[in-house]
Design a protein around this ligand. Structure first.
Ligand SMILES: Nc1ncnc2c1ncn2[C@@H]1O[C@H](COP(=O)(O)OP(=O)(O)OP(=O)(O)O)[C@@H](O)[C@H]1O
Ligand SMILES: [Mg+2]
Length: 326
């Protein structure tokens, strides 16, 4: 099977600070993954690990410092530029930011139809918009003439998804799509992603802090820390049998009913984000309960342990070295 989206050694370096005291931060560090049609690929990890930067490079909002992104391999009928502009769509965290409060919501839907010339008359446009709104559990009648403030966050997120469906995308990138939606309706949106994956055979790049929804969506997961993929493989396997000490800590800290379990409480932060990014060796060494001397000096290689890739010195002798793509 051909992957619908691939990254190879994708890297983004940011420089921060003044001209005289500049820090070089590798926000995304040689990230390589591939995603299939009809599959969810989750990027997970705590705040500032490089998830959004990865998504922004894939969407063309940010230029990679090095590495490659390969779009739509195996879909020959699309020119790469057309594929990129139409076949990949995104839904963001805050639906209230996506829509201007002074503008009727339907305006956004018609704008997309006009931009991509998806209909030749107003009636045809309405019909298309209605079909996409129905796909997310709404209808044109419910949306027409109304302003963003007349909808809940969950409804706006659905409208945002409907808008992205207008062009029949092959890939949907969803960056924290449910984190600002009420917990009570969060699962209905997650279920909607499952349906889009199954019924429309879409690839979904799901970005989240929430391992429970990632588990529920299935597919593959990459656990990121300070720009690095620490562990990557089938989500069920990675989360039920985590190998990397960082994944183990993250899993224990899934915020459940007990608010004390929030991961900030569980993982002691010995260094600042800046210090971790600048650290030599494994970025997680400062917090790792199983840290060894070598971890502080040398970056571990990504090794394959029973079909899961792990970037940790504990596994270097146990797995086979995963070949970096060149
Ligand atoms: N334009 C920028 N200039 C400088 N540094 C940046 C820029 N964008 C992101 N960063 C830094 O890159 C790192 C990764 O940020 P990113 O937003 O990708 O993380 P994230 O995993 O999406 O976090 P969150 O879960 O909070 O959304 C952070 O240290 C961030 O401060
Ligand atoms: Mg982010």
């Amino acid at each position: 099977m051909q992957p619908i989206l691939e990254t190879r050694n994708l890297t983004k370096v940011f420089h921060r600070g003044s001209l005289l005291a500049r820090d070089r931060i590798v926000a995304v560090d040689n990230v390589t993954f591939s995603m299939q049609r009809g599959e969810v690929f989750t990027l997970a990890g705590e705040s500032g690990c490089g998830k959004t930067t990865t998504a922004r490079m894939i969407l063309g909002f940010e230029q990679p410092t090095s590495g490659e992104i390969i779009y739509g391999k195996g879909e020959e009928r699309w020119h790469p530029r057309v594929w990129f502009s139409q076949r990949i769509q995104a839904v963001f965290q805050n639906p209230f930011e996506t829509f201007n409060p002074l503008r009727k919501v339907e305006g956004y839907l018609f704008e997309t139809v006009n931009h991509y010339k998806l209909a030749s008359s107003k009636a045809e446009a309405e019909e298309l918009i209605n079909s996409k709104l129905e796909a997310v559990g709404l209808s044109y009648g419910e949306v027409a003439g109304r302003y963003p403030s007349e909808f809940s966050g969950g409804q706006l997120q659905r409208i945002s998804i409907a808008r992205s469906l207008l062009v029949d995308p092959s890939v949907l990138i969803a960056d924290e799509p449910v984190s600002m939606v009420d917990a009570s309706i969060r699962m209905s949106i997650v279920n909607l992603f499952r349906r889009l994956r199954d019924e429309l055979d879409m690839g979904i790049l799901y970005i989240t802090h929430d391992l429970a929804t990632a588990y529920y969506l299935g597919g593959q997961i990459a656990i990121m820390f300070r720009g690095n993929t620490m562990e990557m493989g089938p989500v069920q396997e990675v989360l039920t049998n985590p190998r990397h000490p960082y994944t183990q800590l993250l899993r224990e800290s899934i915020p459940e009913a007990d608010p004390e379990k929030k991961w900030r409480g569980r993982i002691s932060i010995a260094e600042t984000e800046q210090e971790e990014y600048l650290r030599e060796g494994c970025k997680f060494a400062g917090r790792c309960p199983q840290v060894m001397e070598i971890c502080k000096k040398q970056v571990p290689e990504l090794v394959d342990v029973d079909g899961v890739q792990v970037k940790c010195h504990l596994y270097v002798d146990r797995g086979s070295v995963h070949e970096e793509v060149s």
